[in-house]
Design a protein around this ligand. Sequence first.
Ligand code: 2RA
Length: 331
Amino acid sequence: MKLAVVGATGLVGSEILKVLEERSFEFDELYPVASERSVGKTIRYKGKDYTIISMKDAIAKKPDIAIFSAGGNTSLEWAPHFAEAGTIVIDNSSAWRMSPRHKLVVPEVNGGVLRIDDRIIANPNCSTIQMVLALAPLHKRYRIRRIVVSTYQSVTGTGKEAVDQLMAERTGEQNVKGPYPYRIDLNLLPQIDVFLENGYTKEEMKMVNETKKIMGDESIQLTATCVRVPVMGGHSEAVNVEFEEDYTLEEVRRLLSDTPGLVLQDDPANRIYPMPMLSQGRDEVFVGRLRRDESQPNTLNMWIVADNLRKGAATNAVQIAEYMLEHSLVS
Ligand code: 2RA
């Protein structure tokens, strides 16, 4: 099995390599791919140096699977060339997520949609992944009518330059230049990605549209407010979810506890609840602060936290690759 990692030197690309190593993902050849300026440099994997190669060289090697984390434009330009060579592309960008011809997958939720002829598979947005993993078992049992979500998203979601901006501001540097238009330390930004005509940001509409596609239910109503906060360990989300049917908190706890990949951290009396610093470096999605919304029937409040670089990106992408291999979908 030949594996390419495209964008191997980026924040998510590096996490993909870390996850592959931790999960002892088996392959015969590993091709790290990055921009021309990185070609010829090396990355270290399991104590061995691997030379970074160009896109063209990687395509020529006809990898079985290529995990992309190189941005939407790069994916739009190069993923089809890998696919034509027979490679299964698992792409972390938003380029293919809402394409009707491409699958958008969280393996534990809708892995069953994957087929042997899938060539470009989209990895959902990090803030979507953690929410749908927690909501899928509840949707199956009670049918979701409407979701109201507010997110508190780590600077790692923007990338290395954002982390550098936060750290520089935190050490007292003045007039720090970085991807954010304002200071992020001791501040928060009610904007992630660009604003659209309807007043929402692209990030907020990703949550609306991707959730419906992954859950396979266009009837789910969803509104989102996505906020950037000066946090490192992961994304947090306050979710208010209205069901068609009523529920009991006891059954909700059991359904969540029984879901692979979910960890219930819900003992407020002892200050046990999910926090980004507890999720950093972990692959699970953490759920807590479960309580009935007493302002309207059949409605539940939840707090959902996950490392956006792990389950929100690298781990979910690797799990899609594992799913394809485990179900003999790699020809
Ligand atoms: C963010 N979800 O957090 C977006 C992209 N990673 O910035």
